[in-house]
Design a binder for this molecule. Structure first.
Ligand SMILES: CC(C)(COP(=O)(O)OP(=O)(O)OC[C@H]1O[C@@H](n2cnc3c(N)ncnc32)[C@H](O)[C@@H]1OP(=O)(O)O)[C@@H](O)C(=O)NCCC(=O)NCCS
Length: 247
C-alpha cells in the first residue's frame, strides 16, 4: 500500500526530536514528514513508468517543503528529515532504515554518467548532520555519523564518525568504554551530560572544594583564636595578681 506504516514514521520523529510533542503536531508541522508523503507518491509513479508525473509530484513536494527528493531515490523505513530546508537526495541515492538527515544535507553525485549509480547508499541508522555533503556512489556504513558541514567523498565504515573537508574518521574526545546509545546526533553520550547537569555538577565540585578550603582555614585559625579566647583570662589573671599585689 502506498501510504502504509505512516505511524512508524510519525513515531520515529517523536523519538528523535525532543521538540515534537504529538503525532498530530508531526502531521501538521513537520516538512520532513510531508516530503516523505510526496516522495512515496512520486516514487510509485516513477516505478510505474510515469516519469514526468513522478518528477512533477517531487517538484510540488520541493516547493512545499524545501526538500528535494528525486522520485527514483530509494528510501527505507522511518527516515527522519529534521527541519529539511535545502536537503537534496539524488536519483540513485539509497537510504536504509532509521536514518536521520538534517537541513542542508546533500546526497549527491560526482559524475554525469546517466547509466551508472551516481549517488551514495546509506546503511541503517546513519545520521547525516546539518549541511553535510555526501558525494559519490559509495556506501556509508550502518550506524555511521557524518558531522556538521562535513564533505564525504569515499566509503564510510560501519559506526564511524566522519568530520571535516574532506571528511576523515574521528575518535570521541572522551570515551567511557560503555556502549553508546543508538541515536546521538548532538554528541550527548552517557559520558557527556547535558548542559544543565554539567553546570550543576560544576557547582557541586565548587562547593566541595570551598568546604575543604574553609575547613583548612578553620583548622589553621583554631590555635590563634584559642589564644585570643585565653587572653582576657590572662589579663584578668594579671589584674587579679595586680590586685593581690596591691593588697
Ligand atoms: C559529528 C558529531 C556527532 C561528533 O560528536 P562526538 O563523537 O561526540 O565528537 P566530539 O565532540 O568528541 O569531537 C571529536 C573531535 O571531532 C571534532 N569535531 C566534532 N564535530 C566536528 C565537525 N562537525 N567538524 C569538524 N570537527 C568536528 C572535535 O573538535 C573533536 O576534535 P579534537 O579531539 O581535536 O578536539 C558532532 O560533532 C556533530 O557534528 N553533530 C551535529 C549535530 C547536528 O547536526 N545538529 C543539528 C541540529 S539542527
Amino acid at each position: 500500500m502506498l501510504f502504509r506504516n505512516l505511524r512508524d514514521e510519525l513515531d520515529a520523529t517523536l523519538a528523535r526530536d525532543p521538540a515534537a510533542r504529538s503525532r498530530l503536531e508531526v502531521v501538521l508541522c513537520y516538512p520532513g514528514f510531508h516530503a516523505l508523503l510526496f516522495h512515496r507518491l512520486a516514487h510509485w509513479l516513477w516505478q510505474h513508468g510515469l516519469l514526468l508525473a513522478g518528477r512533477f509530484v517531487s517538484h510540488i513536494g520541493r516547493m512545499a517543503t524545501g526538500i528535494e527528493i528525486h522520485p527514483g531515490a530509494r528510501i527505507g523505513k522511518r527516515l527522519f528529515i529534521d527541519h529539511g530546508m535545502g536537503v537534496v537526495i539524488g536519483e540513485t541515492a539509497e537510504i536504509g532504515d532509521d536514518c536521520t538527515l538534517y537541513q542542508g544535507v546533500t546526497l549527491g553525485g560526482t559524475s554525469l554518467d546517466r547509466d551508472q549509480k551516481r549517488h551514495p547508499t546509506l546503511g541503517n541508522g546513519v545520521i547525516v548532520s546539518v549541511h553535510a555533503q555526501v558525494l559519490g556512489p559509495f556506501r556509508v556504513g550502518d550506524g555511521a555519523r557524518i558531522g556538521a558541514q562535513a564533505v564525504v567523498l569515499s566509503e564510510v565504515p560501519d559506526g564511524a564518525t566522519m568530520v571535516g573537508i574532506p571528511a576523515k574518521p574521528v575518535a570521541r574526545r572522551r570515551d567511557s568504554g560503555e556502549s553508546q546509545p543508538a541515536f546521538q546526533p548532538y554528541a550527548l553520550g552517557p559520558e557527556i551530560p547535558d548542559p544543565i547537569v554539567r553546570a550543576l555538577s560544576g557547582l557541586l565540585d565548587e562547593v566541595t572544594s570551598l568546604r575543604a578550603r574553609l575547613a583548612e582555614i578553620e583548622k589553621s585559625e583554631r590555635p590563634r583564636s584559642s589564644t585570643a579566647e585565653r587572653a582576657p583570662e590572662v589579663q584578668r589573671g594579671n589584674g587579679a595578681c595586680d590586685k593581690e599585689r596591691a593588697a
